[in-house]
Design a protein around this ligand. Structure first.
Ligand code: TRP
Length: 337
């Protein structure tokens, strides 16, 4: 990919390789990305460096990183059109992160909601990586002169800080970084837990019935939807007062591309049993081919290895260009070649 030559806007997003990949990740992020790949130059990073802010099992982290990258491709992201790579393979992320640390205030980082939440949960391991996590994220984004970042609500504050740090640097040294904007998807819904539909579907849910893993067995998926929490009412309506039913309709609409109104029409007068059956059918039909491709890709070790290598090199090339500029600006000695 030649980002400059094609004159398309640059999109960057990252996902941590922790936990399983859920239907929420798929419908809320990955599926939408497949619609961006023709109009933008996209980088989809597996942010393994962010993951070690919480202790990880090494073999499992490695496997999950590989699975995530494989899943991107299985879900329809073309490795020829998008740069999908591991953060840890591009050392510029760590190097820029250090420099940006020196342009970020303790006070700013202390205000990050996610840091407060994570350190409350993780009292025994409040490490400085957890604290500077948003700086690494800013480095991820700023390294590629990113125009747009598709983020969910929980990452908005981090993106805002990335903009702040980038602007601060630019104000001192001139226009070095493109200041990124949030990308708000036109479609795509926030998918909620099947068991507690007022909470986001999360891979870290203790109850596995709350989420659907993209790699769940077809029968498991059907059962989880069958057991989804609704309410004691019988009538299918789309409202905040019926979060369970609303979530099922959202899932259906998101997969089929049908409008909410038309879905509501379709299910009005039908019972919850039938609603669940049809939603399960739609989910299974959507995920079956993704699962098949995933399994085929997993067997094709050389193919994935080659993508990892090639995309890693491209990312490295683009990132190094920005890094060298930054190093020069702050006064590091120029390299002799
Ligand atoms: N912090 C993000 C999350 O947990 C992941 C992430 C890391 C990211 N770097 C990024 C997202 C850059 C967007 C852009 O969801």
């Amino acid at each position: 990919m030649n980002a400059q030559a094609e004159n398309k806007k640059i999109i960057f997003s990252g996902v941590q390789p922790t936990g399983v990949i859920t239907l929420g990740n798929y419908l809320g992020a990955i599926k939408n990305w497949t619609k961006l790949q023709d109009d933008y130059n996209c980088l989809f990073c597996v942010v393994d460096m962010h993951s070690i802010t919480v202790r990880q099992d090494p073999a499992l982290l490695r496997k999950r990183a590989r699975d995530l990258l494989t899943m991107y491709i299985a879900a329809g992201l073309d490795p020829e059109k998008n740069i999908m790579y591991y953060q840890s393979h591009v050392s510029a992320h760590a190097e820029l992160s250090w420099i940006l640390n020196c342009f970020t205030y303790m006070g700013e980082l202390s205000r990050m909601t996610q840091f407060k939440e994570k350190s409350a949960k993780n009292g025994a391991n409040i490490n400085s990586g957890l604290f500077t996590y948003p700086v690494l994220m800013a480095a991820d984004i700023l390294l590629y002169q990113t125009d747009l970042v598709p983020v969910g609500h929980d990452q908005k504050q981090h993106l805002e800080l990335a903009r702040e740090i980038g602007t601060r640097f630019n104000n001192i040294y001139g226009d070095v970084f493109t200041i990124p904007e949030p990308y708000i998807a036109k479609v795509g819904a926030k998918i909620m837990s099947l068991q507690e539909p007022t909470k986001k579907m999360s891979k870290s849910d203790e109850n596995p019935n709350g989420y659907i893993s993209l790699l769940d067995d077809i029968n498991v998926i059907k059962n989880k939807i069958k057991r989804a929490v609704t309410d004691s009412d019988r009538e299918v309506t789309y409202s905040e007062h019926k979060p369970g039913v609303k979530n099922l309709i959202d899932i259906y609409a998101c997969i089929t591309g049908e409008s909410i109104e038309s879905c509501v029409d379709r299910f009005t007068g039908k019972g919850y049993g039938e609603l669940k059956l049809e939603v399960a059918e739609a989910v299974v039909e959507e995920l079956r081919p993704v699962q098949e491709r995933f399994k085929d890709l997993q067997k094709n070790k050389d193919y994935i290895d080659q993508i990892v290598k090639k995309n890693g090199e491209t990312a490295n090339y683009l990132a190094t260009k920005t890094l060298r500029k930054v190093q020069k600006k702050v006064g590091f000695p120029v390299r002799i070649r």
